[in-house]
Design a binder for this molecule. Structure first.
Ligand code: ADP
Length: 458
């Protein structure tokens, strides 16, 4: 039996190259917003001074140009240059900020109160690098010291300002180092999670492959056994026919003739049944690929129930309520029969396990709203609430290693989804389980009307 390999979802971790380019793009956008902001804040300078100022305008244009050059370099140069570029940019940005102070009132400038926040801003903008915060801290501390001394401020006052800026730089550096540590720990944990997930998936895939190989071997073996059964069966049939003709040609008392005829007819029916089962099994275990096509569900049900009848015979009464005129679906007949057979065998197993007297399994088919639904219902014990959420998990079974593989429903679900359908399980209010297989109705694509799409009128 050929099984589809389960699709392994890719692990949800970004590809490093992609992540790097996204980060670059984000940096570029942030810096661009910052550069434009720097230029527009000239309006604030005018409000502070109460007049326009050429010096301030020139400072801001130079600052803007420096930021644009930085953006361009970050875009053009290799990633390993980024820490150095960011540090130089931080130093220059801090210097430009300080240079606003002499033009907006010197020691009285409102901008001087913002100086301690500059290294913190740099820590926010470059949380992953220490260089930019340090560069900005040193520039602003020394810069504010120089500025205050140049305006003949007292040395202790100037030193006080410089140390205040220095300590703000220190805390900013410390905070960004902590953030970096947390980020590193988080990404290590994410990597570990991804590694564990992929290991688990590999283990599942390995077990799956082993089971698939085993089932394929069993399928091939079954095919040769069926061939071996078919040959003797053929001559048993023809010998039986010969015996029937010969025996009935004899002069026999009516009662004996009647009895012999009944025995031969029964034997013929038995042989015919064996032939049918062998032929169904042979068709089912074929390994060749089959492309999906328009498929009548009534035929699928016939294929599956004929085989399932062998399993359900002593366990349950099988009822089929599937109208022959159900709309067609687009699928592979043999695959759908495999799904239905799984559901029927599971129902039989549940009834047998629970030793239900008067077991019944019903296959019902309905078409509604562009969908066709096949329901397999049983009057068994139903699916326990703790089992229901895991019923479609690969390798989940409650039947023990001898009997269950835990593959039936997971493979069935995957197969049905491949044909655009769904498979779900529920318990019936009156007791027992219900498995619903829903497939979209096949809408035949109508051929183009003559003349359409053939370049007429060109
Ligand atoms: P397996 O048949 O090898 O156990 P499946 O994937 O086919 O694997 O089924 C998974 C589990 O779902 C079964 O072990 C069983 O516990 C539960 N199950 C499936 N069908 C029914 C049903 N009709 N009634 C009760 N339980 C069911």
């Amino acid at each position: 039996m050929q099984l589809p390999i389960p699709s392994l979802r890719p692990i949800d971790t970004p590809v490093p190259a992609e992540a790097a380019s996204t980060e670059r793009e984000q940096r570029r956008r942030k810096s661009l917003v910052f550069a434009v902001g720097i230029l527009l804040l000239y309006g604030m300078d005018v409000l502070i001074l109460g007049r326009t100022s050429l010096e301030l305008l020139v400072t801001r244009v130079l600052w803007f140009t420096q930021l644009m050059t930085y953006i361009w370099l970050v875009w053009k140069l290799d990633e390993r240059w980024y820490p150095m570029l960011a540090t130089v940019n931080s130093v220059l940005t801090s210097a430009f900020f300080l240079s606003l102070i002499p033009f907006t009132g010197g020691i009285q400038s409102p901008y001087i109160n913002l100086v301690p926040t500059v290294p913190m801003m740099m820590a926010l903008v470059h949380p992953r690098h220490v260089g930019p915060v340090l560069g900005s801290g040193i520039t602003t501390s020394l810069g504010v010291l120089g500025l205050l001394l140049a305006t003949h401020d007292s040395v202790p006052h100037a030193l006080g300002w410089a140390s205040m800026v220095g300590s703000s730089a220190f805390f900013a550096t410390y905070a960004s180092a902590q953030l970096r540590k947390a980020q590193t720990a988080e990404s290590a944990a994410r990597l570990e999670r991804a590694r564990r997930e992929s290991l688990e998936k590999l283990t599942v895939a390995d077990r799956y492959r082993a089971q698939t190989e085993k089932l394929a071997t069993v399928g091939r073996l079954a095919a040769s056994v069926m061939h071996e059964i078919n040959n003797p069966l053929a001559f048993v049939r023809s010998n039986l026919d010969f015996l029937r003709t010969e025996v009935l040609a004899q002069q026999l008392p009516d009662e004996t003739r009647q009895e012999l005829q009944e025995v031969m007819d029964e034997t013929r029916t038995g042989v015919e049944r064996i032939r049918q089962i062998v032929s169904d099994l042979k068709g089912f275990s074929r390994m060749d690929q089959e492309d999906p096509c328009e498929c009548a569900l009534a035929d699928v049900v016939t294929d599956a129930t004929r085989l399932a009848a062998v399993r359900l015979k002593h366990v349950a009464k099988l009822k089929v309520e599937v109208p022959a005129e159900l709309p067609e679906v687009f699928a592979t007949r043999r695959r759908l029969a495999q799904v239905l057979l799984n559901l029927l065998v599971n129902a039989g197993d549940a009834l047998e396990e629970a030793k239900v007297q008067g077991g019944e399994v019903t296959v019902r088919g309905v078409a509604e709203g562009g969908k066709v639904t096949l329901m397999v219902e049983d009057n068994g014990p139903g699916i326990p609430p703790e089992v229901l959420p895991r019923i479609f998990d690969t390798f989940f079974t409650t039947k023990g290693p001898e009997k269950g593989t835990g593959l039936g429903l997971s493979i069935s679900k995957e197969l049905v989804e491949r044909f655009g359908g769904t498979l779900r399980a529920e318990n019936r209010p009156e007791g027992g389980a219900r498995l619903c297989l829903e497939l979209p109705v096949h809408v035949p694509t109508s051929p183009l009307p003559l003349g359409e799409g053939r370049g007429e009128g060109l």
